[in-house]
Design a protein around this ligand. Structure first.
Ligand SMILES: [Zn+2]
Length: 292
């Protein structure tokens, strides 16, 4: 059975915010029964310090984020959020461990790819993707890892964190003319034009995946963002639900064929109707179940 990491504590309160934090519960409620549920453990401050600077972690821990830092984060910050996000980072770590053990694992959360070592941006205070890779390199004897970031927004924080690290191959396929304005170089960036349809998007993805796998990763963290969807409020592509399902199949099959374990994290999804975002993520997990 597919290990699925999830906590009801992910439904943090963000009144009026575009981030539908109820999506986590809604996805969990709709998953098929043949999954193995796992409760995440909070990432420790030591785990977080593998990626984030001690100055930045102290600011979070002691509730000393400045008004500017909170504005960049684009979250209505309050201290209890720190625990919620530490739990979500722990969830990606747990999913990554489960993936090493079982080949595939899903995290119904995470994908906080806009967090840098020394600051947070765009709803992402802590970078779960980077922390999970560093924790597995420390604890599980893996050397090389890859990030397959298919959120519609560029994975700027992750790219910068691993910029000088040849052991981690960062790949981002994203809408070129969208947030973030400054896109630090990943090992492989594929910027998609506004309004790209299924065919254009999937052709670009298919062309890129062999290059990611040539780096011979021992683990791939897959950010299966729902925001390339044509009706997403923060995306500008024209990819359909069927196109996103094909994307998931392409990524997971390519990794399976190459013998690379995959830990999936959700990342973004802001469809006008949250049920669309939920459908897309549920389908991703169903595809993973089918490809075990
Ligand atoms: Zn996004």
């Amino acid at each position: 059975m597919l290990p699925v990491v999830y906590s009801p504590r992910y439904e943090i309160k963000l009144p009026g915010h575009v981030w539908p934090t109820d999506k986590y519960r809604l996805i969990a409620e709709q998953l098929p029964s043949e999954v193995e549920w796992r409760e995440p453990r909070e990432a420790s401050w030591d785990d977080l310090a593998l990626v984030h600077t001690s100055e930045y972690l102290a600011k979070i821990r002691e509730d000393r984020l400045t008004a500017n830092e909170i504005a960049t984060l684009e979250l209505p910050w309050y201290p209890a959020l720190a625990d919620g996000f530490r739990l979500m980072v722990g969830g990606t770590c747990d999913a990554a461990r489960a993936a090493l053990d079982r080949g595939l694992a899903a995290h119904l959360g995470g994908g906080l790819h806009h967090a840098f070592a020394n600051h947070g941006e765009g709803f992402c205070p802590l970078n779960d993707v980077a922390v999970a890779i560093r924790v597995l390199q420390r604890d599980c004897g893996i050397r090389r890892a890859a990030v397959i970031d298919c959120d519609v927004h560029h994975g700027n924080g992750t790219a910068m964190i691993f910029e000088r690290d040849p052991s981690v191959f960062t790949f981002s396929i994203h809408q070129q003319h969208n947030y973030p304005v400054f896109k630090p170089r990943s090992d492989l960036d594929v910027g998609i034009e506004d309004g790209a349809d299924d065919q254009m998007y999937l052709a670009a993805l298919s062309g890129a995946l062999p290059r990611v796998l040539e780096s011979r990763p021992e683990l791939a963290v897959y950010l299966a963002g729902a925001d390339p969807f044509e009706e997403d409020r923060l995306g500008g592509l024209a990819v359909t639900k069927a196109g996103l399902a094909e994307r998931d199949r392409l990524v997971i099959e390519a990794c399976r064929k190459a013998g690379v374990p995959v830990a999936m994290a959700l990342s973004g999804g802001y469809a006008a109707d949250v049920r669309d975002t939920v459908d897309i993520h549920v389908r991703t997990v169903e595809i993973m179940i089918g490809l075990q």
